[in-house]
Design a protein around this ligand. Structure first.
Ligand SMILES: [Zn+2]
Length: 289
């Protein structure tokens, strides 16, 4: 009898706790290197489609004028264009990270208890991380390994902000051509969609998922034409931006979206006050509050 009483007491307490505990806002950014938006639309990508159809999106987002990975990813993760972050190629010669740090740095300054993870398939991306910005920064030599690690972390770890980088689509573009009619390129995008699906499904299996408010952002660093990129042309510099989750708006975003909006949207969702003195170029976009 007594055991039964305690059993019900525990159930009642758990229900009370889960109802009163505030939702924890969290961010997952998945960056698919070198993925042209028109090719993403041509490919069969049920997992990514579900995200943009239930969220806010722009397939006419603008990346940095210097459409190399280094310049573009740095723009995405700092919220400023190359004129400020000073990464002008894939060689991170003199990044201005003191003035314009990775957004993880601002997240940690806001609340050092928030857990930040960066898992990539291109190690130079971590050049702009300063000591303490990331709780974990790991680099792997395949998208599969990146995905497996991301799934493991999402299932078992305390995570508040996570950046995932997948590189196979860019490799495919460089070897077979960046084009929406190139079957090999499209097939790599389709395989990448399967990896995205695995990560989203892991996220939904988290122990406290019902008390978490995840913002999922999917984007890319640049497009390409023939077997190259780097120029400020529509094929190279037009990218996509997809934002999904309870706090995401719905439908096509009508205003201009830029790659520098990614970090700022992520920070807004995590509760940071975006300060004018940070001199950011991006703005929060696609969020309802
Ligand atoms: Zn790239």
């Amino acid at each position: 009898m007594k055991t039964k009483f305690f059993f019900y007491l525990i159930i009642a307490f758990s229900l009370f706790y889960s109802c009163t505990k505030p939702m924890q806002n969290k961010v997952l950014i998945i960056g698919i290197d070198g993925c042209r938006p028109d090719a993403l639309i041509s490919a069969s990508t049920p997992n990514i489609d579900k995200l943009w159809k239930n969220g806010a999106y722009s397939f006419h987002t603008k990346t940095d004028d210097i459409s190399y990975s280094g310049s573009c990813w740095t723009g995405m993760l700092t919220g400023v264009w190359h004129a400020k972050h000073n990464v002008l190629s894939n060689k991170y010669l003199d990044p201005n990270i003191e003035e314009f740090p990775h957004f993880f740095n601002r997240v940690k300054t806001f609340n050092s208890n928030l857990k930040t993870y960066s898992i990539t398939h291109w190690s130079p991306l971590h050049t702009i991380l300063q000591n303490g910005d990331a709780d974990i920064a790991l680099d792997f030599d395949s998208d599969q390994k990146v995905t497996n690690e991301a799934v493991k972390v999402l299932l078992h770890n305390d995570v508040d902000a996570m950046f995932i980088h997948l590189d196979d689509v860019d490799h495919s573009g460089h070897s077979s051509g960046f084009h929406p009619e190139n079957k090999e390129y499209l097939s790599t995008i389709e395989n990448t969609d399967i990896n995205v699906g695995k990560m989203i499904s892991a996220l939904k299996k988290r122990d406290h998922y019902l008390n978490e408010n995840w913002l999922i952002i999917i984007s890319t660093d640049h497009g390409g034409s023939e077997k190259t990129h780097g120029k400020n042309t529509p094929e190279h510099a037009t990218i996509f931006y997809i934002v999904s989750g309870k706090s995401a708006a719905k439908g096509k975003i009508q205003t201009q979206v830029n790659i520098v909006d990614v970090a700022v949207s992520a920070m807004q969702h995590l509760g940071l006050d975006i300060k004018d003195e940070w001199n950011l170029d991006g703005k929060p976009i696609g969020l309802i509050h």
